[in-house]
Design a protein around this ligand. Structure first.
Ligand code: FAD
Length: 476
């Protein structure tokens, strides 16, 4: 009887523990992807579905090249698995585990149900360096602070040797499969293929890693903060969908540092970011309500404003603060936003507009190609000040000085907010301070071609500080 290999967030053939283990059984492998929209797991957003569509096509092609066929089914995961078991006579289902609490509970339920009928379900860790629950502090509890977590993770992580997966995937019984075109995953508006040359799939992931090691990694610690520069890896959607394993990324970067190809400190800085990805996943495991509730409960009493107009302006990139608007438009066009700018736009929503971080988290969930339950929630709570090891409440990003510091020449703003393209760098981050003739020459009419600021930052800062001080004081 063949083994069913259930693909989820591990859309790759290399370094895939479930695939390697399925191959080790010596049985034929039936590779399957089930598009399950009705389960207890939070449904993927629009940008994620766009990515999934492309990534599944890539996976299907690589399986085809090795003589196999990816079977696509749509519906309830358990019902579809049962159907496949019946059709193939399979006695085992292998998968890489999902660690998000709801998904993990669903998987356990499925495994128990199938086990009762004599079908073995085996789960592996293909998405994290260390299994959540496996990195604990001296008293056996979860870490709530990043630095000691990272130290332990570093000591424990033992990236396995690189594997390319079985060369021959032929021999599975013939089965019906849906056609991916019929799933309609690809939204036409927005079409996230614009703006960046995304190449979803395993080959694109490996290429992104190699390009980054050859270019950005050398100067990562500084380059990663400048949104106009290609200083970051843009590996996040590839990692989220499991097109490349974090172990491979980690090993390749550590090796580049050890071989002296890049300064060791740069490699170290990048490894720490991979560490933040792990920290987020581990936190979500220990605190399953992280996407819905403040980690520091006193923040759940915060008097958020219902500012529909403000929220709408934020989503559309029409706040009148150029760096915020550039970020929100980059997100809309490309499905990705630079990390520095993610922090600025999140701080603006939460602290300048006093809008609940959960509204921002939901918008990101729908529009990011790397939308990730753990990383998104952890980072939104970091900015809000309500998270574990969060930014202190009184840290309020000034969108003008952040722009001046990290987009000094204004190139990032010019790219994403073309109506300001002719504005000189001196005023591009605060066009309302520019002399009238400068604006005239740049073809900018505030309130017409580009909005005036929707809120006064100095006023908003004082308002937020007062409210946040009160709330954070209650937690002591
Ligand atoms: P690089 O700088 O090249 O970093 C390499 C990898 O490290 C990333 O691909 C990512 O996997 C990981 N990483 C880097 N920074 C972080 C971080 N702060 N937290 C967790 N992992 C990190 N990242 C997501 O993957 N999904 C999200 O949904 C997400 N939402 C975010 C929301 C907010 C408000 C903020 C401030 C950050 C969010 N991030 C999220 C983290 C970070 O912005 C992205 O991981 C990063 O910008 C991705 O680009 P990159 O691959 O070029 O990053």
């Amino acid at each position: 009887a063949p083994v069913i290999l259930w693909f989820r967030h591990d859309l790759r053939l290399a370094d895939n523990p479930a695939l390697n283990q399925a191959h080790a059984t010596g049985r034929a492998i039936v590779p399957v992807y089930i598009h399950d929209e009705g389960s207890a797991v939070r449904p993927a957003g629009g940008a994620s579905l766009w990515w999934l569509d492309k990534s599944l096509r890539a996976l299907s092609a690589s399986i085809g090249e090795r003589g196999g066929r990816l079977i696509l089914r749509r519906g309830d995961s358990e019902a579809e698995l049962r159907r496949l078991i019946e059709e193939t006579g399979a006695e085992s289902v292998f998968m890489n585990r999902l660690f998000e609490p709801d998904a993990s509970t669903r998987d356990s339920d499925i495994a128990h149900g199938l086990k009762a009928e004599g079908v073995e379900c085996r789960g592996f860790n293909g998405s994290l360096l260390c299994r959540p629950g496996g990195v604990l502090n001296g008293s056996g509890g979860p870490y709530k602070v990043f630095t000691p977590f990272m130290k332990t993770l570093r000591a424990q992580a033992e990236p396995p040797a690189h594997t390319t997966g079985p060369r021959d995937l032929s021999g599975a019984p013939r089965l019906d499969s849906d056609r991916i075109d019929d799933w309609g995953l690809h939204p036409s508006r927005p079409d996230w293929s614009g703006g960046f040359d995304w190449t979803p799939g395993e080959a694109g992931a490996v290429e992104a890693l190699q390009t980054f090691i050859g270019r950005g990694l050398k100067t990562y610690s500084k380059g990663r903060d400048h949104p106009a520069e290609p200083g970051a890896s843009r590996l996040s959607p590839h990692l989220h969908w499991g097109e490349i394993s974090p172990s491979r990324v980690w090993s390749a970067v550590v090796a580049a540092g050890e071989a002296g190809k890049v300064p060791a400190a740069e490699a170290e800085k990048f490894i720490a970011e991979i560490g933040w990805r792990e920290f987020s996943a581990h936190l979500l495991h220990h605190f399953p309500a992280l996407p819905e509730r403040a980690f520091r409960p006193e923040y759940d009493d915060f008097p958020w404003l219902t500012d529909r107009k403000g929220f709408d302006a934020w989503t559309k990139g029409l706040t009148g603060y150029p760096i915020v608007d550039a970020g929100m438009r980059q997100l809309w066009v490309t499905g990705w936003m630079h990390n520095r700018v993610r922090m600025i736009v999140a701080s603006f929503l939460i602290k300048d507009l006093l809008i609940d971080w959960r509204k921002g988290e939901a918008w990101f969930w729908d529009t990011l190609v790397d939308a990730d339950l753990a990383s998104n929630a952890q980072n939104w709570q970091w900015v809000a000040g309500s998270g574990a090891d969060a930014s202190p409440y009184f840290r309020i990003f000034n969108p003008v000085s952040q722009g001046e510091r990290f987009d000094k020449d204004g190139d990032y703003v010019r790219k994403w907010v073309p109506e300001l393209a002719k504005t000189p760098a001196k005023w591009i981050h605060a066009p309302w301070t520019a002399p009238a003739e400068v604006l005239r020459e740049a073809g900018v009419t505030l309130g017409d071609t580009y909005p005036k600021p929707i809120v006064d930052h100095a006023m908003a800062r004082d308002r937020a500080l007062a409210a946040l001080k009160e709330v954070s004081g209650r937690g002591r």
